[in-house]
Each structure stands twice: as C-alpha cells, then as structure tokens.
Design a protein around this ligand. Sequence first.
Ligand code: GTP
Ligand code: MG
Length: 356
Amino acid sequence: MKIALTGLPFSGKSTLFHSLTAGKQADAAGAAEHLAMVKVADPRLNRLADMYKPKKKTNAAIEFLDVPGLDFSTDAGRADAQRHIATLRQTDALVVVLRAFEDPGVFAYRDRVDPEADWREINSDFLLTDLQTVTNRIDKLEAQLKKPSRTKEMARELELQKRCAEALENERPLSEIVHDPEEQKMLRSFALLTTKPVVVVRNLGEGQMDAPPPWPAQITQDAAATLDLAATLEAELAELDAEAEAEFCKELGIEEPAVNRLTRACFTACSQIVFFTYGEDECRAWPIAAGTHAVDAAGEIHSDLARGFIRAEVVHWSDFAELGDMKFAREAGKFRLEGKTYVVQDGDLITIRFNV
Ligand SMILES: Nc1nc2c(ncn2[C@@H]2O[C@H](COP(=O)(O)OP(=O)(O)OP(=O)(O)O)[C@@H](O)[C@H]2O)c(=O)[nH]1
Ligand SMILES: [Mg+2]
C-alpha cells in the first residue's frame, strides 16, 4: 500500500514524513520525492509480543511518499504541480496536510493561514484534473461508438463516465459514487485522484493542541478521516527512544504519538484490516483487504497454506484480551474452527491447519 503526503507548499509534509520515519529519511524539499516503509503501530500486536516474547515482531507496513508542495500560485509552480499530481495518481490513498500553525518565520502560501481555503484550493484542482480525464474519455468513447467496431462495454463505460462527470461538476469526489467493484475496475486504469481515500491532517501549532478549532464541515464531508497534530511536536517525539517517548507523551497528556493514529487512519481509509499469527518465533500482523476469505488470508502467509488448507483456528483479539491468556480463551470455548470461505475479521488471531 502506497500513500502520498501532499498539500500546499510549507504545510509541514516533510516534517510529518520525518516523524513517521523517525528522522531516518532525507528531506523532500525541492524536486526530490522520498519514500519510506512505515510500521502501522498496533497496541494489540505489542501485547501479543509481550506475552510470547517472540524472536521477531512484524507490524503491518505502509509505504509513505513525501511529495513536494503543490504551488498553484505561479505558472512555474503549476507546471511542477502537474508532475507531482502524476505521482499522486500512482498511489492508493492521499494524506493532505493543511497548515494551521501561525509562525511569521515560515512562508505563508498566498499570505494566509487558512486550512479551509487551502483545502478548497487543493480539492478543486483534484476535481478539475479528474474532470479533464473523464471528459477526454467521454469524447473518445462517443467517437468510438459511432464506428462499426463499437461494443456493449463501450456503451456501459460511457454511461459510467457521464455519471462521473456529473458528480465532478457538482464538486463531489468519485469515491462517493463509485462503489461497485466492476465499475471500480473499469476506472482503474485512469488513476483518478478523487477515487482515492483522503485523510486530511491539520498541522496545528503546539499551543493549539489543547483546544483545536472545530473542523470545517466541508472538509469532514469530503475526507475519509480527519486528524489534528503538531508536526514539530511529532518530529521531536520521533527522535526519542521508546522510554523517553512514553514519558514525553505522559507529560503531554496523550497516550501515543499522533503519527500512530495517522498510520491506523490511513490503513482503515484503504479498507485494510489485519489478522495476527502468534508464537515464540514470530508475532505478526498481516494486512489484508476487508472481506478476504480465510483461504486467501492463509495464502498471504504461504501459498502452501492456501493449497493444503483444512481449517483456520480462530480466536478474536477481544476474547483473548478479555480473558488475558490463550489457555483461558480456549477453556472458555472462544476458539473456533472456520472453513475456507470464512470472512476474516480485523483482530482475528489465526492458526492455519493444513496438509500438503
Ligand atoms: N511553527 C511551526 N513550524 C512548522 C510546523 N510544521 C512545519 N514547520 C516549519 O515549516 C517549514 C516547512 O516545513 P516542511 O515540513 O518542510 O513543509 P513541506 O510541506 O514539506 O514544504 P514543501 O515540501 O516545500 O512544500 C519548516 O521550516 C518547518 O520547520 C509547525 O507545526 N509549527
Ligand atoms: Mg517537503
């Protein structure tokens, strides 16, 4: 899963990227883009690892991409923005970082600190970019449908593209209207921006964290998820070791760094869930799409497990957590044997029984 950090210039994307990657990556100022694998923080996995003391603990991971800011305020900026948007198209989801911090020392895009106006500017461009793609496609399909080589599929796609154009003209993202998997497949090759889930992050000043201003209704309506954080604070937290981090969080009155919540929000926005495998060798969170069947989940671990699948032995995390021990969970009858078409749930602890 690949997710891009985007937004207007100087909104704090690279600072946030540093916090996500614990300062291990170089800056993405200027033309360069940077990529890093980031663990999805998961307290459930930590608890499993505390219990089994495995040789290895493996979190689910997301690939984050730090993209330079989109500058629509000049011709040169717009030309660069087009290139950056081409990069955004190749990702699964977008994190839009909006500046909300006041700091006279940091250049303010269009001389304003106004997250709502910034969102409107970015979102309008995304909607317009998609509308151009869709309109071009409609023209092409209409021409093709006049030829003897026309097909039923073309007519169906035209109907879909026209519905998309209508939504975009009404300033609604395509994620709102395209739910049917068949239709999603038809649109996939166009890599439309507004089909992607968007997590909107408001980069607040450190002093604003206690009482963040309310979110504009427009943003909460458009976004898959919204999140407040102070990127500079997160960057500081990221430099600390686990112990110092816990102490600092306590001082701040927070349970964990906001970037942990961000990774989980991204994960959820992409309709991903995890199941766990556990033992003394490894405790691991396996990312899968929501709705995945047990046999396919087994195939994620190893193709042999799918091929020789007999049953999945499943206990849900909440039952295990409540009883505090696998043995107690087993005695309480919380373990189930599920077949190939069982739909795996987020937080299932799974052992595959197989025979090859
Ligand atoms: N006061 C304050 N400064 C911040 C905050 N976040 C970022 N900055 C500063 O703002 C400047 C720009 O931050 P970056 O993280 O580089 O911004 P960016 O969005 O990556 O910028 P571009 O990639 O150039 O578009 C830097 O000087 C940061 O130190 C914040 O929350 N508070
Ligand atoms: Mg940057």
